[in-house]
Design a protein around this ligand. Structure first.
Ligand code: SF4
Ligand code: SF4
Length: 56
């Protein structure tokens, strides 16, 4: 199960560069995770200032 970014996302972009597989990109109003690429490492959740990414 991939991580997912909630609507709490501020689109700060901090998580994008932390993802080891490049699964995070800027979406419409928030950042989004490619569920097929995510390896569930949790790095995005660790850097997010508002805790938007979480395991589904
Ligand atoms: Fe990328 Fe890891 Fe976050 Fe998945 S959990 S989107 S692999 S940083
Ligand atoms: Fe959104 Fe958090 Fe990623 Fe910033 S670090 S773009 S607030 S999910």
């Amino acid at each position: 199960m991939a991580y997912i970014i909630s609507d709490e996302c501020l689109s700060c972009g901090a998580c994008e560069g932390e993802c080891p597989v490049g699964a995070i990109s800027e979406g419409d109003g928030k950042y989004v995770i490619d569920a097929d690429a995510c390896v569930e490492c949790g790095a995005c959740a660790g850097v997010c200032p508002v805790g938007a990414p979480s395991a589904e």
